[in-house]
Design a protein around this ligand. Sequence first.
Ligand SMILES: [Zn+2]
Ligand SMILES: [Zn+2]
Length: 429
Amino acid sequence: MTDYDNQLLRRAIIHAKAGEYDAARRYLTRALELADDRDTRVWANYWMSKVVEDPAQKRAFLEETLAYEPTHPEARRELAILDGVLKPQEIVNADALPAQSLQPQTAQADRFTCPKCGGRMVYAPDGRSLYCEFCTRNQTLSQRAVEQERDFILTMATVQGHYASVAVKTLFCEGCGAQFVLPPQEMTGECAYCGSNHVVRGDGQLLQPDSILPMRLNQRQAVQVLVSWVESQGLRPARKVQPPRGMYLPLWTFDIAGVIPWSGYIVRTQRNAGLAEQREFVQGEKDIFFDDILVPGAPKLAGLVLKLADSFETNQAVPYDARYLAGWPAELPQMSLAQASLEARQQAAHRARSLIQRDFPDQAISNLSYSTARLSIATFKLLLVPLWLTILPIEESEYRLLIDGVKGNVYCEMPPRGLRGVFRQMFGF
Ligand SMILES: [Zn+2]
Ligand SMILES: [Zn+2]
């Protein structure tokens, strides 16, 4: 039988592209009858969905496509359009998107002022309230249910999947009528004239965060954490340490699933035959599912933030609410969802490598090769995480020190004590 079903499929596609739907349907019907492999079934069903008129039939063929290949991007996109989840006018051709404009852009923002005295409202790092800096009036934030993660394929079909925040933003203060600007990466700012707190809103082009881990440490607590960490390490800072600065940074999380076909060699040394080595070819398919692979969204502190990754319990995040940012610096992602997803795939491949090796506890696999083509990103989330940052001057060097704003875990980029002596000898610092 071999390739006959495929020839039928190819002919059907030529007819479909030429708008000859009757002919296409005939070839596809025959191809589906004869199909003897998964790929042919997937694509014959998918093309059937394009050449039938009736929405119910369209849906049936799309669902059939997805039954064979649950992550089929085109089928999911078409089904989302049928369901009205995705509007056809929102869909973009990623290869033909215009470069993002670097011209300043007007942005919408939420402004937080006290309903009683008009004073400035600030988020109190207690996980649940805003307070007025003047009359101390309190406003409690209601905790809503945990939000859904977002569908990756659907977002990638829109402009939001491909743009990052690259332009200066112009904000209009509703309080005093002044205009002020924010650098591209900043998500929050004070009006330069009346000092009120503003938080930029997401728009058609830029993704808004989905969830946030609310700040739980106040500055006094952050200082305490810093002091006791420095003491526990027996360090003596070379001069006064600046109090840590609180902020929120963006973190992408991705759920990745699929199959990784792999192959390699294991080397066995045969005892009887002296030291002769025997290379044995091994191969397999590894099913993987990685929950919440993290990719820092801002270049600033990117490497350092990942060191604290374990201390962020992403399942503790609450739905994003701009009020958590009132009075706190916060950054927007500087890379698009598309770019971030490539990094997530690399991380997944890297982890898969060690999983495959783990199945052979006694032998090292050499020349391991594998493909990530059948991995797909199911869902993603843009998360804001709270951090405190300061610089630690030790001897002649300065090291950045991060404290996670939820649990107070510390990470400092300073090499461990023993190593520092080595570095000093080797590099003279
Ligand atoms: Zn007030
Ligand atoms: Zn103002």
